[in-house]
Design a protein around this ligand. Structure first.
Ligand SMILES: Cc1cc2nc3c(=O)[nH]c(=O)nc-3n(C[C@H](O)[C@H](O)[C@H](O)COP(=O)(O)OP(=O)(O)OC[C@H]3O[C@@H](n4cnc5c(N)ncnc54)[C@H](O)[C@@H]3O)c2cc1C
Length: 466
């Protein structure tokens, strides 16, 4: 029977963004209806961040068995039970699931409906038998994998992030189309677990990251036996085999497509609500409001970023607006990480973007992990910290490649978000011996030339007489 609901807020999509809005708003005492058509937790929990990081962790354990020689431990080829590895992935999802469950959200006072939502007018939605007339709507419908228009691909039985974590057979040869973060994380993980892996990329691998640091990641992957092919054109696909222009056949046992994402917007009937969109996503202003004043769009569905932390950040920006506080997305302090080994992390402006804005006023600071004692102790010296500094010592960006780069980037995230100067980063005291010292050393190098200049040396000699 049709029921009319009139909540303060209707959230469409129970993933990374939608759940933060629903929990925040309900805890503020507002009436919230949350609509989720599939699995609570969205992509991140079920088909994205969580399973991929769990698979990567298993692959790291396998690789550690191969990498013992430098420590005096005889290397062995690990015996991998791929089906049990996938059980581990499922268990990790199950361990986190309660945080995102219907029960938890109902406990917070959210009315959760397992239904697909679509607009029927600018201020009404239909979700199964329910008609919803909310004061505000937050769209958080996420994105899905897309496939490039390669002849034969549509007919091929290929894997995507939505199916690869359900695969329980180790691929003999995994061919991956797409050399972005997802493609390369999956490539290294499968290689370490014993598969032969080839990655085919039409342009450049990890093209959104700093090429100087990307080169270090790619070198490691190739060193571990991942075949990386950049700038290749696939003429057609037959089963799991890619046939390149020129005729070369890359015979695969499994094919994984990780070559782009599309926003989940088609089923929302946005035109009925007067919500503007392009094929990249729902159009929003700086406060994430759409062309319909009652409707906001956050997370992957607005096409701005495709990261869980940005979906969460955008959810917080919406919550701020409930207090009538100013809320504007800061595009200059966006971090991201690729969880290959070594990890690759970036925040703020890249070297190229900084040079475009500030020209020659940009100064680059680098510190290699080779010169870090902890990295030496752990035999993990491949990597570096690179900071981009602008006029008057303002930190504009930083990138790190190395173990735990996704964690090591965090002080730089804070520095950039709070518009700190490089002198602050240079003067903090990290514990010894830690990889984090590399960030301080990179920052301190900003002052090396000035500090040890002939003029300063003369001054110090003079002062020492008194
Ligand atoms: C393999 C992979 C690895 C990733 N790794 C990382 C990582 O390490 N770090 C990181 O930050 N990001 C990572 N991401 C990206 C991250 O998963 C997404 O950015 C994040 O999940 C986006 O959150 P969201 O709330 O926008 O969408 P989602 O979390 O996907 O949630 C959207 C929800 O909306 C539901 N929905 C859609 N339409 C409707 C409708 N009409 N009615 C009702 N419900 C609807 C969907 O079923 C879904 O549950 C990864 C992605 C992939 C694919």
């Amino acid at each position: 029977m049709s029921e009319v609901l009139t909540p303060d807020i209707c959230v469409v999509g129970g993933g990374s963004g939608g759940l933060v809005v629903a929990a925040g708003a309900a805890q503020l005492g507002l009436q919230v209806v949350l609509l989720e058509r599939d699995r609570m937790g969205g992509d991140c929990l079920n088909f994205g961040c969580v399973p991929s990081k769990a698979l990567i962790a298993a692959a790291k354990a396998a690789q550690a068995q191969r990498d013992g020689a430098a420590f005096g431990i005889a290397p062995v080829e690990p015996k991998v039970d791929f089906a049990r590895v996938m059980d581990h992935v499922t268990q990790v999802i199950a361990a986190i699931e309660p945080n995102d469950s219907v029960e938890r959200f109902e406990g917070l006072g959210v009315r959760v409906l397992k239904e697909e939502a679509r607009f029927v007018s600018p201020d009404e939605l239909q979700a199964g038998p329910h008609r919803i007339r909310p004061r505000r709507v937050v769209l958080a419908t996420g994105s899905r994998p897309t496939a490039p228009p390669i002849p034969g691909l549509a007919e091929a039985k290929y894997l995507t992030n939505e199916t690869v974590f359900a695969n329980r057979t180790l691929p003999a040869h995994l061919v991956i189309i797409g050399g972005g973060p997802i493609g390369l994380e999956m490539a290294q993980a499968h290689r370490r677990l014993g598969a032969r892996v080839t990655v085919l990329e039409a342009a450049k691998m990890l093209s959104k990251d700093d090429p100087e640091l990307v080169a270090i990641v790619l070198r490691r992957l190739e060193g571990e036996g991942v075949a990386l092919r950049q700038g290749v054109k696939i003429a057609r696909v037959e089963g799991a085999t890619a046939i390149l222009e020129g005729g070369e056949r890359i015979e695969g046992s499994h094919l994984l497509v990780a070559a782009g994402r599309a926003p989940n917007i088609e089923d929302l009937a946005l035109d009925k609500a007067g919500v503007a969109f392009t094929k990249r996503g729902i159009t929003v202003d700086a406060s994430l409001r759409t062309s319909n004043r009652r409707v906001w769009a956050i997370g992957d569905c607005n096409g701005l970023y495709a990261f869980t932390h940005m979906a969460g950040q955008q959810a917080s920006l919406f919550i701020r607006q409930l207090f009538w506080l100013p809320a504007k997305l800061d595009h200059d302090a966006v971090p991201w990480a690729t969880f290959t080994d070594p990890e690759l992390a970036q925040v703020g402006l890249s070297e190229a973007a900084a040079r475009e804005r500030h020209g020659d006023a940009v100064k680059l600071l680098r510190w290699k992990l080779h010169d870090n004692d902890r990295a030496q102790a752990e035999r993990a010296t491949e990597g570096m910290v690179k900071a981009v500094v602008g006029p008057r010592g303002r930190i504009l960006g930083a990138a790190i490649v190395g173990p735990h780069a996704g964690d090591l980037i965090q002080p730089w995230c804070l520095a950039i978000a709070k518009r700190l100067k490089i002198s602050t980063m240079a003067s903090h005291v990290p514990p010894y011996p830690t990889l984090g010292e590399a960030s301080k050393r990179a920052a301190s190098s900003y002052f090396t030339e000035t500090l040890f200049s002939p003029r300063v040396r003369w001054l110090v000699r003079l002062l020492s007489r008194f």
